[in-house]
Design a protein around this ligand. Structure first.
Ligand SMILES: Nc1ncnc2c1ncn2[C@@H]1O[C@H](COP(=O)(O)OP(=O)(O)OP(=O)(O)O)[C@@H](O)[C@H]1O
Ligand SMILES: [Mg+2]
Length: 523
């Protein structure tokens, strides 16, 4: 508790006083004030046993005190133990494994041979591979070590060239790693440590085939580290099979969302989501947000709407060429782009400084992804906001999310966008609580009074008022006709789920279990 408080305190100081006081620019030399602050704190990186070059680097990054997961993970990893670490999003898990591994690389083992790697870090997405590589470069500045990120969607040749001399740390997505392995560009027999970042995602069915092949190529005797903000019981059971006498680290309740994120849902009919989204963005003057949408079409559709309304917007999804994806993320990080619209490919691990807001236009299929999506805000002790637009057929997903995070999310309705298909009440136990059915109407036809017949044919009066401008914007943006929902990936209201009253598991299926899988993996 003391450690956590000290960490948040130092982060708040960094944010509050900014560059003028030497806290902001991570490349600046830390002023004496910071050293004094670190000295006063109950735990320091030095006490964790890190060597001088690493201590200098964390000081240059203005890390005053280690975070709770770092306090527990760094000594365990330094001691060569296997580790399974669960800690909330944005709490510094990367440094929790990278710092001690860098130290081990410097202090132990033979120099790396050609076409080999000593530490292998597997990640689920290409963007995360680049980010984790950058973390190793920052934390390992000045050390005589070689690093490489290998992922698909870009030419394999430069990666093969860099592997010729061998690398100390290889950060990779599984598909490209196996391509490189098949072409003899990298052998895994010298890997001392395997890290699965976003471990529950790496161990789920989507990556099962690749992971099995990677495990077969790795030495049996190795250190294995699993890090994530979420672990299901299935994944924990499975992890037991790949870890040797692990140190189990859990610094918060399982699957908890980051503590400083204010989150709520707005209920709405599916077909009205795009208009409600634009209405909320304009009405709340939201100027910097990461927007999640289930499908690639949905991403392009909302991006076109935002673009037509004058926002600087870019997108990330699986259909986009990799250089354009990386550029979009970079432009968003630098502030050149205000709104980044993405599929779940951007849900895991990405660290965007001071992002204030995440909007889920669709709920994720897998409950854990909610924790990760909203965890792009509220990082490193900062506050954040997460808003989700929820329609009736997403009630099972909402129930699964609430069961996972053990809280019922506050619901709001936006005047003019009230849902005609009511979203059934849900509970933090994962149940969908249906209202008792209304008694059936008599089959004998009864003539309705004339005014009522007329009223029942009218569109929703308030919603109608909000629509014309937005619908026209969208039509211009996507080059479709002017029908309010024409071409919208949000236009179909599926029949409601039959899962009423049943607890919703909300679990992602681990590899090896029969299940419906999930989207295509990265390579
Ligand atoms: N000890 C520290 N003091 C201050 N900032 C830190 C410290 N450790 C890490 N950070 C910063 O906190 C942010 C989050 O770190 P990181 O990306 O490693 O989080 P994470 O736990 O891996 O999150 P996620 O679950 O989303 O992957 C980064 O900007 C990082 O630079
Ligand atoms: Mg991470």
């Amino acid at each position: 508790m003391r450690i956590q408080a000290a960490w948040y305190f130092s982060i708040r100081l960094k944010r509050r006083f900014g560059a003028a006081n030497g806290f902001c620019n991570s490349r600046d030399k830390a002023p004496a004030r910071i050293a004094a602050l670190a000295w006063n704190t109950p735990m320091s990186f030095a006490l964790l046993g890190l060597i001088d070059p690493l201590l200098r680097n964390v000081q240059d990054l203005n890390y005053q005190t280690p975070t709770p997961v770092q306090v527990k993970a760094i000594p365990a990893v330094l001691g060569g133990r296997d580790v399974m670490a669960a800690a909330q999003t944005g709490t510094g898990k990367t440094a929790g494994f990278a710092l001690p591994l860098l130290q081990r690389l410097v202090q132990h083992g033979p120099a790396v041979s050609s076409n080999r790697a000593r530490v292998l870090v597997l990640v689920p997405t290409r963007e995360l591979a680049e980010q984790v590589l950058q973390s190793f470069i920052d934390y390992g500045k000045g050390l005589d070590l070689r690093f490489l990120a290998a992922y698909g969607g870009v030419s394999i040749n430069p990666q093969m060239m860099k592997l010729r001399k061998g690398v100390d740390v290889l950060v990779a997505t599984p598909g490209r790693l196996l391509d490189l392995n098949r072409q003899n560009a990298v052998q895994l027999d010298q890997v001392q440590t395997l890290v699965l970042d976003e471990a529950d995602r790496m161990l789920d069915l989507g990556f099962a085939r690749e992971l099995n092949a990677v495990f077969a190529a790795l030495p049996v005797r190795r250190q294995t580290l699993l890090f994530s903000a979420t672990f299901t019981d299935d994944i924990r059971a499975m992890a037991a099979g790949i870890l040797r006498d692990p140190v189990n680290i859990s610094v918060s309740p399982p699957n908890a969302t980051a503590s400083k994120i204010r989150q709520w849902v707005v209920t709405v009919d599916k077909k009205n989501k795009p208009d409600l989204f634009m209405h909320l963005v304009a009405g709340n003057n939201w100027r910097h947000a990461l927007v999640f949408v289930k499908t690639r079409n949905g991403v392009d559709y909302l991006a076109a709407m935002l673009d037509a309304a004058g926002y600087a917007v870019d997108t990330i999804h699986g259909d986009k060429p990799q250089p354009a994806r990386l550029r979009a993320l970079e432009r968003f990080k630098t502030g050149e782009v205000q709104m980044l619209v993405a599929t779940d490919v951007a849900a895991r691990g990405l660290d965007i400084d001071d992002l204030p807001l995440v909007i889920n236009v669709d709920l994720p299929i897998v409950a854990q992804d909610y924790v990760h999506r909203i965890g792009r805000t509220g990082r490193a002790g900062a506050s954040g906001v997460a808003v989700s637009l929820v329609c009736a057929d997403e009630a099972p997903q909402l129930a699964a999310i609430e069961a996972l995070i053990r809280q019922t999310l506050r619901r709001e309705e936006e005047p003019g966008f009230e849902a005609e298909h009511r979203v059934p009440q849900t509970s933090a136990t994962g149940e969908i609580i249906r209202k008792p059915k209304k008694p059936k109407k008599s089959k004998v036809p009864q003539a309705a009074p004339r005014e009522m017949q007329v009223l029942s044919k009218k569109p929703h009066p308030q919603r109608g008022e909000n629509k014309p401008k937005l619908a026209a914007q969208r039509a211009v943006a996507v080059g479709k006709d002017t029908s309010p929902v024409s071409g919208s990936p949000f236009s179909v209201q599926k029949p409601r789920s039959k899962a009423a009253g049943k607890p919703v598991a909300g679990s992602r299926k681990p590899a090896g279990k029969p299940a419906g899988g999930r989207g295509k993996r990265q390579s």
